[in-house]
Design a protein around this ligand. Structure first.
Ligand code: ARG
Length: 457
């Protein structure tokens, strides 16, 4: 397919150069946005009297046709074209002749591509937000069912204090709520229209840039034409928000993987979300969670690609910037795929409550509560801590737990102990009494669920 920039050149582009230079294989996915941007541009050219109104209308009508033909498959995108912008304009000109050639008045592919990416990513962000919301909602449902499911909470992967499964997974809901905020924030700065920046220096035509921005649903227009064409901060911000989503999914995946090991057996994944081994008949592997954890690497790589591509480019547009699309589209696609597989995996997993409760019974996770009991009887916390430490050592020696250690032994270590210590170290009570905002008590979880659900509206 012919290039748009023929006039100056005497020779055809070498095949190798064309293949290397072309971006159509990855920017053709922006055909909708490219056409909608062109329709708005044409309408503005007509309204401002830069081209004839009748020609502007013809262009818009034909672009509309091209759009529905590509959508239906009646028109194939030519993969030999230099990029999607070239293809659409070429197609329009093939159909409308002279009139088609007027579309690119007062526009450059530099501001055109900057526009197209913003429009494309704006839609992608909305899709990703929906998927994040679905996951938050599934987590809230699981939490609702597990407000009384006692499990050990960990630090250093050592059993630490009693919590509930609801409390544990609501931590992920909190992370994902922040992710939603970051996506919204990225969208805000992305939703500014660069069209009218031209190649780099704006244009002498009396454009109505606000009109184009309004037609395309932007919140405003860029104020410096060099920045308008050479800014890809919005790609980097999005890649960074997506990277954090992947950090969260990857940490959650890691726990899923641990929890379905024989060592933990806290959950069981549904058969539809697990895989077998080709040689070991007994195996049921958490491949989906492992893949999500692995794919986080791709998205971090995409972010690094974007940062590196942009860091040394003199103003304004340089062809390096064509590298933005593969990286950001890969990040977008990867996050969407991961969320699509991850959410139903969480929704369908079964929680093995008894195993969690049994694990909570070992590991002295009520030792802090035992110390707090002594504090309640008037002992300073440091002394209470020391006495409880001695009790734990004694239990380990005798192969007992704090629940099964006789009161006599308690009293030998500290005279303040009485029969009511057994109530104080009861795990259900330890959880129920942690009424502090953010804690594992039912009331606190209800608050956390309500707060998360507010973000879903
Ligand atoms: N395919 C190009 C890109 O993605 C479009 C802009 C081309 N502009 C130019 N001056 N060669 O960046």
């Amino acid at each position: 397919m012919a290039q748009l920039w023929k006039g100056r050149f005497k020779k055809e582009l070498a095949k190798e150069t064309n293949d290397f230079n072309s971006s159509i294989s990855f920017d053709s996915r922006m055909f909708e946005e490219d056409i909608k941007g062109s329709i708005a541009h044409a309408a503005m050219l007509g309204a401002a009297g830069i081209i004839d109104k009748s020609e502007s209308e013809k262009i818009a009508a034909e672009l509309d046709k091209i759009l529905s033909e590509i959508r239906s498959g009646a028109l194939q995108i030519d993969m030999e074209a230099e990029d999607i912008h070239t293809f659409i304009e070429g197609e329009l000109t093939a159909r409308l002749g002279q009139t088609g050639k007027r579309l690119h008045t007062a526009r450059s592919r530099n501001d055109q591509v900057a526009l197209d990416i913003r429009l494309t990513l704006r839609n992608e962000i909305s899709e990703i937000e929906e998927k994040v919301k679905q996951l938050i909602s599934v987590i809230c449902d699981k939490a609702e069912e597990n407000k009384k499911t006692i499990m050990p909470g960990y630090t250093h992967l050592q059993r630490a204090q009693p919590i509930t499964f609801a409390h544990h997974i609501m931590a992920y809901a909190a992370m994902l709520c922040r992710d939603l905020g970051r996506l919204e924030d990225a969208k805000k700065r992305m939703n500014i229209c660069p069209l009218g920046s031209g190649a780099l220096a704006g244009t002498t035509y009396p454009l109505n840039r606000e009109m184009v921005a309004d037609l395309l649903g932007f919140d405003g227009i860029t104020l410096n034409s060099l920045d308008g064409v050479s800014d890809r901060d919005f790609c980097i911000e999005l890649a960074s928000a997506l990277s954090l989503i992947m950090v969260h999914l990857s940490r959650f995946s890691e726990e899923i993987i641990m929890w379905c090991s024989w060592e933990f057996k806290f959950i069981e994944l549904d058969d539809a979300f697990s895989t077998g081994s080709s040689i070991m008949p007994q195996k049921k592997n958490p491949d989906i969670a492992e893949l999500v954890r692995g794919k986080s690497g791709r998205v971090f790589g995409d972010l690094t690609t974007l940062l590196t591509v942009m860091k040394g480019i003199a103003l304004a547009y340089n062809k390096d910037m064509q590298e933005d699309k593969e990286a950001i589209f890969d990040a977008v696609d990867t996050v969407k795929m991961c969320l699509t597989a991850f959410t139903p995996m969480i929704e369908t997993m079964s929680v093995l409550k008894e195993n969690m409760r049994n694990a909570a019974a070992k590991g002295f996770i009520n030792a802090t509560d035992c110390a707090d009991y002594l504090v309640g009887k008037g002992l300073p916390f440091r002394d209470a801590y020391k006495a409880t430490g001695e009790l734990v050592a004694l239990c380990i020696d005798k192969n007992l737990t704090l629940e099964t250690l006789p009161l006599e032994e308690y009293k030998n270590i500290c005279g303040l102990f009485d029969e009511d210590v057994y109530t104080a170290i009861n795990l259900e009570k330890c959880v129920a009494d942690r009424l502090v905002i953010g804690g594992p008590s039912e009331q606190s979880i209800d608050n956390q669920i309500a707060a998360a659900k507010k973000q879903l509206m």
